[in-house]
Design a protein around this ligand. Structure first.
Ligand SMILES: [Zn+2]
Length: 449
């Protein structure tokens, strides 16, 4: 954390662009918002991760037991290759950082790698480099765990890796013995306190409630946490699972939500945490980033919650962090449409008829729809239009003539590294036999008839 900043300009060399940070801009006047819900802008912010790259030239650091080691995996990390990776993870080169695990006494140990920003993967090697064990999702969701019997005074090489071209912050820990049930998954008191103190200004620390529901951990200075948690579990999380079916997670690390009592406090937080200009912070109604989402308190059934929850589930439960801004926002906006019974079909038909759409190549290529060039274009798909258009593409794929392929589409597109237009096109070609141009013709035909 703390290494991210908002960047309006394209990222420079050596930085990693991600729009995992998603800001939803809504009209701040509730009346305006209600009157023109379809015009409310849901805006994706572009973040550049610019933390100092971990240098592989340094000796592989020795992991101290029972301490979470925070790190960041960037494009500067070296490539990691194993037979299992070559066989099963071919969508993007796997990068990883190397650590040393060495103990005085022999015995069982376990290693946990958690990341809210990439699908974690661990590789353990003996001192000669031979692979001893590998793990993808052994801890929970996309978090990884390896367990093994360590020999005494043996320098094992441990590689903490990111799959699917994803990058970002991580936490790595070496545990001695065998893990207790729920260890590494449940939030510890220390973790909760650290989170609370990093979110709220000190004068509010005593006023903040931390409420755990089945799937969520709600930090709020507003006092409505308990009933809100129930609605989140039973309506918002369950509703998303119904619309985009996936197995109910047996174990889950509760997803944090930062719910501020006033909009002022929310804006303060966004400005400080993302080092955002105040004006840009004020343009957001909610923001989803890393494992959390945040907004100011309104009705628990405000569409903002459905929208931001969709982002959070896609990223943290399903590990679908790629595809681009159009894919992420399209899914979130589509969910919001369903909940608010918004007539996306009619809206799209009208947009096509009046020339208020952009080409799908432009839509798919936009790194961040909030800061896309189209926003300035007269009469043509500003941010609000692009969000709606993204939702209409998801609607077409999910409900149109090829709807049987939607499950595959969701999984495959969600792992395409962001901004890779040719890889986005390859998914459409392989699944549907369509180029982006052909997809666009089918999409137009579906709505315009
Ligand atoms: Zn969004």
């Amino acid at each position: 954390m703390g290494t991210s900043r908002l960047a309006h300009a394209p990222p420079g060399p050596g930085t990693v662009a991600t729009d995992a940070a998603v800001a939803r801009a809504v009209a701040t006047d509730p009346a305006v918002h209600a009157a023109a819900r379809h015009a409310a802008r849901c805006a994706a912010a572009l973040l550049a991760l610019t933390g100092a790259a971990w240098s592989q030239a340094a000796e592989a650091p020795v992991l101290a037991p029972d301490t979470w080691f925070p790190g960041e995996l960037t494009d500067a990390a070296p490539r990691v290759a194993t037979d299992a990776l070559a066989a099963g993870y071919t969508d993007a080169p796997v990068l990883g950082l190397t650590f040393t695990v060495q103990l005085e006494a022999a015995g069982p140990v376990y290693i946990d790698l958690r990341s809210a920003e990439f699908d974690a993967y661990l590789v353990l090697r003996d001192p000669s480099g031979k692979v001893l064990a590998e793990d993808d999702d052994g801890l929970v969701a996309t978090h990884s765990r390896l367990q093994f019997e360590a020999a005494a005074r043996t320098p094992y090489r441990l590689q903490a890796c990111a799959l699917h071209g994803q990058r970002g912050d991580f936490q790595l820990r070496l545990g001695l013995g065998r893990p207790a049930p729920g260890e590494g998954i449940a939030w510890t008191e220390d973790e909760i306190r650290a989170r609370l103190e990093s979110i709220f200004p000190q004068e509010l620390w005593k006023k903040v409630d931390v409420v755990e529901s089945k799937y969520y951990l709600i930090f709020t200075d507003g006092g409505a946490g308990k009933s809100f948690g129930k609605i989140l579990d039973k309506e918002i999380f369950a509703g998303f699972r119904e619309l985009f079916p996936f197995e109910e997670p047996k174990h889950m690390r509760p997803l944090p939500i930062y719910l501020f009592n006033t909009r002022e406090r929310y804006i303060d937080f966004i400005e400080r945490y993302f080092k955002m200009e105040r004006e840009a912070a004020e343009a957001t109604g909610g923001i989803a980033f890393s494992d959390f989402y945040s907004t100011s308190y309104s009705s628990p059934r405000d569409p903002t919650h459905f929208h931001e929850c969709a982002h959070q589930i896609m990223s943290n439960v399903l590990g679908l962090r790629g595809g681009g801004s159009w894919y992420q926002e399209g899914v979130a906006e589509y969910y919001e449409d369903k909940v608010s019974k918004f007539n996306r079909e009619a809206e799209t038909r009208m947009a096509i008829r009046t020339g208020q759409t952009v080409g799908l190549r432009e839509l798919f290529g936009a790194q961040s729809m909030l800061f896309s060039a189209s926003e300035d274009k007269k009469g043509g798909g500003g941010a609000a239009g692009m969000y709606g258009q993204a939702a209409s593409v998801i609607l077409f794929l999910k409900e149109g003539p090829q709807k049987k392929k939607f499950g595959d589409f969701l999984q495959r597109m969600g792992r395409v590294p962001r901004g890779k237009l040719d890889e986005i096109e390859a998914v459409f070609e392989e699944l549907y036999g369509w180029s982006i141009g052909e997809l666009e013709a089918e999409w137009r035909e579906y709505f315009a008839g």
